[in-house]
Ligand binder design. Structure first.
Ligand code: GLP
Length: 241
């Protein structure tokens, strides 16, 4: 029952996702956004910033919760997701800093997980959750085998995910082996989910997520259990569907 919107290029996907988010925030300025990082989302934030500037769209009443953050990286580390969000989105829009949250992964991680869940509940839950997908079907940093009812937790990254993300790090540095991530259960509580996949490298993961019955070996297949999922993808990622 997930809806698919297929576009010719990653650029067209980015425009469409940005237009959708802009429409949601315009209709409900106090929207609680669930945000994602990764290469897929760079053009999406770029498009959303442009829409915001061109149309005067304000995020002043909105809040955001990012999916995940590496354990042990200082917030200003060049490869931290905090830094990614500052550079790609937060510094360009009027979303108040105190309501633009990521898991606090450079201190007491267990406490940070509980605090994050509580903060989401205190905001009334997430209205729209943006999600990318890993080549192995991971969502957030929930790797294959993660429980579908999992909450925000410290997760171990697989070697393939570490390899895929090494290029985001300065030369000679590798990603930390762990991250704090919203659990799949946390993600499924969002009222709406927008999954974005671009490029041929995501075709197999997308097909596994939606063509076979839900199975914990493919974390994104849990999305079949959610009633309001829209997949924005390009033709290359849609090729296996
Ligand atoms: C990362 C992130 C995910 C992201 C995925 C795909 O490890 N934790 O949130 O969706 O991998 O990233 P990319 O868009 O760079 O392919």
């Amino acid at each position: 029952k997930a809806q698919f919107q297929v576009f010719v290029s990653p650029e067209a996907v980015a425009e469409a996702v940005a237009a959708h988010i802009a429409e949601v925030v315009r209709a409900r300025p106090e929207t609680v956004l669930g945000l994602a990082t990764g290469k897929t989302f760079v053009p999406i934030y770029e498009a959303l910033v442009r829409v915001s500037v061109e149309t005067g769209l304000s995020f002043a009443e909105a809040s955001s919760f990012n999916l995940d953050e590496y354990v042990g990286l200082a917030p200003n580390h060049p490869a931290s997701f905090r830094r990614y969000m500052e550079e790609n989105f937060f510094r360009h829009v009027d979303l108040p800093a105190e309501r633009a949250l990521l898991p606090e992964a450079d201190g007491d991680a267990a406490a940070a997980c509980l605090a994050y869940e509580a903060a989401i509940v205190a905001r009334g839950g997430i209205d729209v959750q943006l999600l990318g997908i890993g080549r192995n079907g991971h969502i957030g940093f929930n790797e294959p085998g993660s429980a579908f009812d999992g909450r925000t937790q410290v997760a171990k990254l697989t070697p393939s995910t570490i390899a895929a993300n090494t290029s985001d790090f300065p030369p000679g540095e590798v990603p930390p082996p762990e991250a704090i991530t919203m659990g799949i259960g946390t993600i499924l509580e969002a009222r709406e989910i927008v999954l974005v996949a671009t490029g041929a490298g995501k075709a197999e993961a997308l097909a596994r997520a939606f063509l076979a019955p839900p199975d914990e070996t493919c974390p994104a297949s849990a999305l079949q259990r959610h009633g309001h999922v829209t997949v924005f993808c390009d033709e290359a990622a849609f090729a296996g569907m």
